[in-house]
Design a protein around this ligand. Structure first.
Ligand SMILES: [Zn+2]
Length: 548
């Protein structure tokens, strides 16, 4: 029962050193096993490519800002109605809407249809965590979790001001468990709080936030130490200060130096890798950034590639959205979230003929193509900020096919590209092995998910089978088969089953003494009572935390 042998495929499983070998993959009761009896059900994958299911380390699918974005863009719903899939086997099929921010059920169906089986929402305000869990409950198939916003949290900033970093670590542990989150997220540390107080200047690393002791640097140090001290499976996940502005690569490098020698993950680095030309315009700053990362094995990143076409920018970094609204004139939402963070949404279109869009596209590709270690520079578009997750196959083609990439490069606006590595020519073409690393094995390892991103015995039976196609973007857009937790969810390219996914979360132990002053703080300042704040028990057991 529940056994399946995937026969004769060409397997790419870089975590286990398997590179393009024809071998069978055996599945028993939701896990990969060494062998199966000859009588087990068989799936013929002859001539096809077999990889672990995709793992998305940074996406936005289930947060308050995602819902605001859905409400802001009703025309997207009308333009892309998503009919209920023809499921078999008793799963209830739901219709929905697509666009850059699909509805919950459609999000699960489309990720699975792309061969992705694990997804993380990168930015949830803890006060909104209950909503996010509700949304993930309605996002079928994929295993999912979220990162908890802490970089502008009022209580945390007070602990930093008091020099109480050990207490800050205990508070972070409590907050992760209360929210049912997976990792610590830092967005524009201190900068969102400054924005809420009316500041409009660049932040850098050493601007005081109220107290002289509270600076972006101090917040970064505190939360990186908390993630490592608590033994969390994933490092602190950092969105640096000064996103988008000319010269911000200096801030990004200073942030990396501030935590040098300590494990840290820097996200959507494309948006943080701009040099400034003498006239103040943006230029590529990818080279010095990737050189630093190449030389520092404790640092990892994801790219946040921009793809031409429609996108929706949504972030806790409210200041960025204000500036984008001002420069683009597109419709806009900004929200302050009490005591915790901010949030903003602006739709955006990246155009080949727009100088800044073209620069962003080039900077992202440079980060991929100059990265010495693909395990530490993994694929993301910061969905839906740089583009939809549905653009991943096109991005894979850009990485694998230099001729295609150069023909695209020739079409884009060249104004800001002088001196960039791409303009000078980069010959590298990703192999299927490297694609398997940046889309599944690498993110799984960075997330500390020991049963994801590989096909060794004991791994979750999340497997994607692609029919080869000369156009790799077609191959990766429409997998022939997808297995999720041992269930065949895509058959002959059609979504057929939609089991519920698991919630990936942690519940680190913490010093109970943290609760007394915290309860007092809630009574005094919050609209939610301390007792009602935690989301309570979740259906799935927490992932083990390595704290000793
Ligand atoms: Zn993001």
């Amino acid at each position: 029962m529940n056994q399946l042998r995937i026969v004769g495929g060409t397997v790419y499983d870089p975590a286990n050193g398997v590179s393009g070998e024809v071998r069978d993959i055996c599945i028993d009761d939701g896990r990969i096993v060494d062998s199966l009896p000859a009588s087990a059900r068989r799936l013929d994958a002859s001539g096809m490519v077999v990889m672990p299911g995709g793992v998305d380390i940074h996406s936005h699918v289930a947060s308050g800002s995602v819902n605001l974005a859905r409400r802001l863009l009703p025309e997207e719903h009308e333009a892309d109605p998503a009919a209920a899939p023809a499921l078999t086997g008793g799963d209830v099929a739901r219709s929905g809407t697509g666009g850059t921010i699909p509805s919950t059920f459609t999000t699960g169906y489309r990720y699975a249809g792309l061969g992705y089986t694990t997804v993380f929402d990168a930015a949830v305000a803890p006060i909104m965590a209950r909503t996010s869990h509700g949304e993930l409950d309605d996002t079928p198939i994929v295993d999912a979790g979220f990162f908890v916003l802490m970089g502008n949290d009022e209580y945390l900033l007070r602990l930093v001001a008091a020099g109480e970093r050990a207490q800050a670590r205990e508070y972070a542990a409590w907050l992760l468990g209360a929210a049912g989150g997976y990792a610590i997220k830092v967005v524009n540390p201190g900068g969102v709080e400054l924005w809420k107080r009316g500041a409009r200047d660049r932040v850098g690393l050493d601007t005081p936030v109220g107290s002289e002791r509270v600076t972006p640097r101090a917040i970064l140090e505190t939360l990186v130490e908390a993630a490592n001290g608590l033994g969390l499976p994933h490092a602190a996940h950092i969105h640096c200060n000064d996103l988008g502005v000319a010269g911000n690569v200096a801030t990004t490098l200073a942030s990396m130096r501030a935590v040098e020698g300590r494990r840290a993950h820097f996200t959507h680095l494309q948006f943080h890798a701009y040099d400034a030309a003498p006239d103040g315009t943006r230029r590529s700053g990818a080279r010095p950034l990737i050189e630093y990362i190449n030389a520092h094995p404790e640092i990892s990143g994801d790219v946040g590639q921009v793809m031409f076409g429609a996108a929706t920018t949504l972030t806790a970094d409210g200041a960025v959205e204000y500036l984008l609204h001002k420069s683009s004139g597109r419709r806009w939402v900004n929200v302050d979230i009490e005591l915790e963070t901010g949030c903003g949404v602006v739709p955006h279109t990246y155009k080949e003929k727009n100088a800044v869009s073209a620069l962003q596209w080039v900077v992202g590709l440079e980060l991929f193509l100059l990265a010495a270690d693909p395990w530490r520079m993994v694929l993301s578009t910061d969905h839906p900020n740089g583009g939809s997750f549905l653009a991943y196959p096109e991005l894979i083609r850009l990485l694998m096919d230099r001729g295609y990439r150069d023909s695209c490069l020739a079409r884009v606006n060249q104004t800001l590209l002088a001196g960039s590595a791409m303009a000078d020519g980069i010959g590298r073409e990703y192999t299927l092995d490297e694609i398997a690393i940046v889309t599944r094995a690498g993110p799984a390892r960075l997330l500390g998910l020991t049963r994801k991103g590989h096909l060794g015995p004991g791994a979750d039976a999340d497997v994607t089978v692609y029919a080869r196609d000369e156009d790799v973007s077609k191959m990766f857009a429409t997998p022939r088969y997808v297995v999720k937790g041992g269930t065949l969810v895509v058959e002959e390219g059609q979504l057929r089953r939609a089991p519920r996914g698991q919630r990936l979360h942690v519940r680190p132990g913490y010093d109970g003494a943290v609760e007394t002053p915290l309860r007092e703080f809630f009574d005094r300042h919050a609209t939610v009572s301390f007792r009602n704040y935690p989301v309570g028990d979740l259906r799935d057991t927490p992932i083990m935390v390595g704290r000793t």
